[in-house]
Structure formats: structure tokens, C-alpha cells
Design a protein around this ligand. Structure first.
Ligand SMILES: [Zn+2]
Length: 292
């Protein structure tokens, strides 16, 4: 009789676990989207950073840190993008095994001349790194929810193959460009992207974070470069003021187009269900308009 009761109890626990979705909190947009794709409806995924917020200067509020304790998995991009994550996770009581570094085993690019010891955090902008991140996230989901391991593996495989398709398309598209250099009035976020596709670019900003003001010398150098290259488009980054791009554009009759590093999205994009791949595609289309 006791044994029967135990079996019944175990069955009830199993059923209740299966009915509940694992709760995932992803810090910023790239890992939010990758978690959604890999979770495929089996997980409840929320994004920690509010839409529209600048992600480099973002730190969670005490209330948000408390909220982190309620998740089963906390997924972040990497320690260079979210240097506050370990402390916040400890403060919220998130077990070390539930904290997921999506860029584990990814090789980071180094800093620029101003910050030679630094690392470039924008690894997700190389679609092959995004594919590795999807694999790391799937492995964490499988460990947390082994009953659905096969489904997570399948979802990750499908998304990774879409990233490979985009990569092939990007290579073909870029090979048709007549110009290989673009001008960007934002912070240095495209190191991984340009390395992957053999492009170069100029930005008047130094370093990886958008909190610095460009010097007049850097602006003059960029303005000269634009004229010499015969550029027709200047690119601006997402979510920040386009003041600088507008000023450079109006002096040379250029068109301003957006190139999103996908740090974060707007409220409108979030309600429209934008994906990382859709942003990659939009960037490629805008680059084609300026460089073909
Ligand atoms: Zn950035």
C-alpha cells in the first residue's frame, strides 16, 4: 500500500512538472530572441532590459534583481556585455548552474588602441557566433528540462540552419558590393560582422560603449573619408539620437539608414515579434543600398 502511494505521488509530481513551463529570463534582446527560438513555446521567456533602453549603461534595479530569483534559468550574452550579472544573480539567489553564459567557448575580439586589454562584447553580430549561442542555450535548456531535451535540440538545429542560410546569403550579397567600406555614426559594434564578411568601416567613436562624445578631429577625419570614398549613405545605430548621422549627412547630401546591432528593440518591434534574423536581414538590405 505504501509503495502504491509513493508511485502515485511520483506520478503527480511528474505530471505537475510537465504542465509547468520553465521560466527563463534573458538579459538583452539577442539572448531573449535565441531563448524564444530554442524554447519554442515550451519555456516562458521574458526580457530583463525594458524595450527602448540603452543596454551598455543598463543595470537592473533592486526590484528587478529580486525578480531574477523567480526564474529557472537566467541567460546572458557574456561577461563583457553584462559585467553586473554574477553579482545580480548571487544577490537574487540564482544557483550558479542556472546562470547561462550564452557565449561560452566563443572567441572574443580584442579591444582597440584606446582599450587594448578590453574585449568586444558584440559577438552575436557574427551569425556563426549567434549559432554557437543558440547551441549553448539549448544545452542549458536540456539540462534544466531533460523531458523535452529532444525538442530543444530540434528547435536549435532549425534556427542554426536558418542562421547558416543567412550567412550564405550575406556572403553572396557582399561579394556583389562595389564598395567595401561603410561609414557609421555610432559606437564600435560591428567588429565581428565586418571580420566575417570582409568589410571595413569608420566610426568617429572610440571604444565599445556609446557613452563617449566623438572629438572634432575624429569627425573631420570621417567627413574626409566619406568624400574620398564617394559614399552615398551614412549609417546610424538603433535607439540613439541620429543627430550626428544627420549632421554628417546634411553636409554631404547623404542618406541616413539604420544599422542595428540588436542590443535592444523598441516597444513597437517587441509587440511586432521582431527576431534577430529579421534585424540581420534588414541590416544587410540597408548595407546593400549603400554599397552595391
Ligand atoms: Zn554596443
Amino acid at each position: 500500500m505504501k509503495m502504491k502511494k509513493l508511485v502515485l505521488l511520483l506520478l503527480m509530481i511528474t505530471v505537475s512538472l510537465a504542465a509547468g513551463k520553465i521560466r527563463v529570463i534573458a538579459t538583452i534582446f539577442p539572448v531573449y530572441d535565441l531563448s524564444r527560438q530554442v524554447g519554442g513555446g515550451l519555456c516562458e521567456v521574458s526580457m530583463l532590459i525594458p524595450p527602448g533602453t540603452e543596454s551598455h549603461s543598463y543595470e537592473p534595479t533592486p526590484g528587478q534583481i529580486t525578480g531574477l530569483g523567480k526564474c529557472d534559468l537566467l541567460v546572458y550574452t557574456n561577461p563583457y556585455m553584462e559585467p553586473w550579472i554574477e553579482k545580480a544573480a548571487r544577490g537574487a539567489g540564482v544557483e550558479p548552474g542556472s546562470l547561462v553564459n550564452s557565449c561560452k567557448n566563443i572567441e572574443f575580439l580584442g579591444g582597440d588602441s584606446d582599450d587594448p586589454g578590453g574585449k568586444d562584447p558584440h559577438a552575436w553580430l557574427d551569425p556563426m557566433n549567434a549559432a554557437r549561442m543558440a547551441g549553448n542555450i539549448a544545452a542549458a535548456f536540456e539540462r534544466k528540462d531533460p523531458a523535452n531535451a529532444e525538442k530543444y535540440r530540434r528547435n536549435a538545429k532549425a534556427y542554426i540552419s536558418s542562421l547558416h542560410e543567412f550567412d550564405a546569403l550575406a556572403k553572396t550579397t557582399v561579394s556583389g558590393f562595389s564598395k567595401k567600406k561603410f561609414f557609421f555614426a555610432g559606437h564600435f559594434a560591428y567588429g565581428y560582422f565586418v571580420k566575417r564578411y570582409g568589410l571595413t568601416y569608420d566610426s568617429p567613436f572610440k571604444g565599445f560603449s556609446p557613452d563617449a562624445e566623438p572629438t572634432p578631429k575624429a569627425l573631420a577625419r570621417m567627413s574626409d573619408g566619406i568624400k574620398k570614398a564617394g559614399a552615398t549613405v551614412i549609417y546610424r545605430e538603433e535607439l540613439l539620437s541620429s543627430r550626428l548621422a544627420d549632421a554628417l549627412a546634411s553636409s554631404g547630401g547623404l542618406t541616413v539608414l539604420e544599422l542595428s546591432a540588436a542590443h535592444n528593440i523598441t516597444k513597437k518591434e517587441q509587440s511586432g515579434g521582431v527576431t534577430l534574423l529579421a534585424i540581420f536581414q534588414r541590416n544587410l538590405n540597408n548595407l546593400e543600398r549603400g554599397l552595391k
